[in-house]
Design a protein around this ligand. Structure first.
Ligand code: RIB
Ligand code: CA
Length: 314
């Protein structure tokens, strides 16, 4: 990571507890410069995730524009499963809207993404989608030139192994498989941060106690987010919440923490039991000169140190 020049990123998200922690890391780490936060329907309705994004922008002092995007997937009729609660961010106290609160940018998320990419030099902007990829797919369809100007797409989604929404499909891809297929086949560099590594980023009680001991404002905020994200995972028998989206941000700012392997990645669109599956071709004998990579290992201790050190910053 080139420490002196912060990486310019656009976070396209559906906050969502882990999206919220991803924004905390992205807004705190000096190696990242958030150019925009765009929202997409996924964990909750576009109204909820956008209200949550605006509240998080205020909490985290994110001054970049917040713009709302797609209200539903391209083709699917997916609905969120309420995993993140009624509001999409249950258990996290957001500031009451006031005159000082950030206003929603009037541009559509897709237009803002295109405008920023086209107005910056090629290779300057990294897209970090942490919700369904509807906005990203619409953007590259509306302005195909962004595929040659974006530095890379580092997305949370998919899995080379098992899914979470179904036996084979991960939520962000499952919610809008057609959008995911467009994103994986657009020709730009894609690093897929899937469940194979994000399910290793479980905020166990020991991790949460480390966050609780930090004592800074962001430490308290991180602790609140982790406590709020816990019930659903504990009910399913996990020791704590998986910080899926945070691993994607970590892969941008600390690439040494995540091991990737180049492989063709396609999305199953018609399988009765496999729709939304990311098919990662790991056959050793096929050519691997493709722009797509999937994450296959995570330095878990290094990941927690990255996040907790960021939250400890004054
Ligand atoms: O499967 C995990 C993904 O789905 C994360 O982005 C989480 O926020 C949910 O959107
Ligand atoms: Ca998300």
């Amino acid at each position: 990571m080139d420490a002196e020049v912060p990486r310019k990123i656009i976070v396209d998200c559906d906050p969502g507890h882990d999206d919220a922690v991803a924004l905390l890391l992205a807004s705190t780490h000096p190696g990242l410069d958030i150019l925009a936060v765009t929202t997409v329907a996924g964990n909750s309705t576009i109204a909820n995730v956008t209200r949550n994004a605006l509240g998080l922008a205020e909490l985290l002092d994110i001054t970049a524009p917040v713009a709302a995007g797609a209200t539903r997937p391209l083709v699917a009729n997916s609905e969120d499963d309420g995993f993140h609660g009624e509001t999409g961010l249950s258990g996290v106290t957001l500031p009451a809207t006031s005159a000082a609160s950030p206003a929603l940018d009037p541009r559509h998320a897709v237009d803002l993404i295109i405008e920023l990419v086209m107005s910056h030099a090629p290779g300057e902007i990294t897209l970090v989608p942490t919700g369904p990829f509807t906005n990203i797919a619409l953007a590259v369809r509306r302005e195909p030139r962004i595929a040659r100007r974006v530095r890379e797409v580092v997305l949370m989604g998919g899995a080379a192994d098992v899914g979470n929404m179904t036996a084979t499909a991960e939520f962000n891809v499952w919610f809008d498989p057609e959008a995911a297929e467009i994103v994986f086949s657009a020709g730009w560099p894609v690093r897929m941060v899937g469940l194979d590594v994000t399910m290793q980023a479980l905020a166990t009680p020991a991790v949460i106690e480390r966050a609780r001991a930090i004592g800074t404002a962001r430490g308290r905020l991180l602790t609140e987010m982790l406590d709020a994200a816990s019930p659903g995972y504990l009910k399913d028998g996990f020791p704590g919440p998986a910080l899926h989206d945070v691993v994607a941000v970590a892969a941008v700012v600390a690439p040494e923490l995540v091991e990737f392997e180049q492989a063709p990645i396609r999305v199953e669109l018609t399988g009765t039991h496999t729709r939304g599956m990311t098919v990662v071709d790991r056959r050793r004998w096929i050519p691997r000169a493709v722009p797509t990579q999937y994450a296959r290992a995570l330095d878990v201790d290094g990941f927690w140190n990255l996040l907790l050190d960021a939250a400890a910053r004054p």
